[in-house]
Design a protein around this ligand. Structure first.
Ligand SMILES: Cc1cc2nc3c(=O)[nH]c(=O)nc-3n(C[C@H](O)[C@H](O)[C@H](O)COP(=O)(O)OP(=O)(O)OC[C@H]3O[C@@H](n4cnc5c(N)ncnc54)[C@H](O)[C@@H]3O)c2cc1C
Length: 358
């Protein structure tokens, strides 16, 4: 075993990659280990839609969203090759919910769409049914990132530094304390020593290192389905958020189609692609929501992507000290919001792992 790392991050998804990046930004002299049992960005993040919109369902989520917006702005400036796409953003909500929904935006400018703005929306969504009892909201932009591409852009930068070690294809099976350090035992028999530790293993945390912290927060695994709609978007195509249905249409410009994301009702899944399929009831649920707004899109909603994420009941992430260990934290249970909240989650997880340094 070589010299101890200053910090080890287990899991190189969107959360772990950003913990490693922020650790390096704060402490350029630190030796950083980023270790993943698969490829960088190859877990949940690989399947993610990557929607990022300035909105918080609760006051706590609003804080995480505002903080992430600021951190992503810096990341986009510092790593301009990272695949982020800025798009117009609209929401539709029942008139009686409009004041509440407007108050949930984290950027100024959200307002009821005027006639010109509505026309721009229906230029794209040509048979959109808003109805007399709903209004459209616009006024701040949203966007998305290609989550796998963002993870790899971050890690490609990190790899350029000789103090940072990226280890893929290496599963961490157990972690124990020795003296002041953490010893990570990998499935291939190697051990890695580190002074600080962050575990960011997504839905696999329920069954691996960090599981006690997740179980203490009643974390469960939920299926996520996003249907693909085969229409070609452009950089002017608006994201359309059906706020009362927690669903959205996202133009995925770099892949040349739309996705329609909606809440699934399948809980306690096993996080492996073999165990997860788009079931007939998923498809019917998606089509039922879309039918309220556009019959044309219902007919185009047949196939898509499926995976899962770890969820808490409050839909707030778990960022907590690792029980029984010093200078160690867990960050996960992103509850379907991990791409857009990852920078703030990473920052808090890093603060916890470094708390004893203060
Ligand atoms: C279909 C779909 C659409 C989504 N759309 C959106 C969206 O539009 N916006 C949004 O914000 N969020 C979205 N999400 C949710 C978001 O993708 C997740 O919250 C986020 O990717 C979770 O990131 P993570 O880093 O916690 O987990 P992961 O990306 O899964 O990273 C965890 C990593 O840990 C590794 N690992 C696991 N166990 C070990 C071990 N023992 N040793 C070493 N490595 C290990 C895994 O290989 C993996 O790479 C979506 C999710 C899905 C499935």
């Amino acid at each position: 075993m070589n010299q101890a790392f200053d910090i080890a991050i287990v899991g190189a998804g969107i959360v772990g990659a950003q913990v490693a990046y922020q650790a390096h930004q704060r402490h350029p002299d630190w030796r950083v280990l980023l270790i993943d049992r698969s490829l960088v960005g190859g877990g949940v993040s690989h399947y993610s839609g990557g929607l990022d919109h300035p909105f918080g369902w609760s006051p706590e989520q609003k804080i995480l969203a505002s903080e992430s917006l600021e951190l992503y702005t810096r990341l986009k400036r510092d790593i301009p090759e990272a695949p982020f796409f800025d798009l117009p953003l609209y929401g539709i909500t029942r008139a009686e919910n409009s004041a509440l929904m407007l108050s949930r935006f984290t950027k100024p400018g959200a307002h009821r769409a005027d006639a010109d703005e509505l026309r721009r929306l229906t230029d794209t969504y040509t048979d959109l049914e808003i109805g007399d009892d709903r209004i459209a909201i616009t006024g701040c932009r949203g966007g998305y990132g290609d989550p796998g591409g963002v993870c790899n852009a971050i890690v490609r930068r990190l790899r350029q530094n000789e103090r940072i070690r990226v280890v893929e294809g290496t599963k961490v099976e157990s972690i124990r304390s020795e003296d002041e350090d953490h010893l990570l035992s990998a499935a291939d028999g190697r051990e890695f020593r580190s002074r600080r530790l962050v575990i960011a293993t997504g839905p696999w945390m329920l069954d691996g290192p960090g599981m006690e912290a997740m179980r203490a927060h009643d974390v469960r695994i939920k299926k996520i389905v996003a249907m693909h709609i085969e229409m070609t978007p452009t950089l002017e195509s608006p994201i359309l958020f059906f706020l009362d249905d927690d669903s959205y249409l996202l133009p995925v410009v770099h892949r040349g189609h739309w996705i329609f994301s909606f809440p699934s009702t399948h809980w306690d899944c096993i996080p492996t692609i073999d165990a997860l399929t788009i079931a007939p009831d998923d498809r019917e649920r998606a089509r039922g929501i879309l039918a309220k707004y556009s019959s044309k899109l219902v007919d185009m909603c047949t196939n898509g992507r499926v995976f899962c994420d770890a969820y808490t009941q409050s839909r707030l992430p778990v960022i907590a000290p690792l029980p029984g260990m010093q200078r160690a934290s867990v960050a996960g249970a992103c509850s379907g919001f991990g791409f857009r909240l990852a920078p703030a989650i990473a920052r808090r997880a890093l603060d916890l792992a470094c708390a004893a340094d203060a």
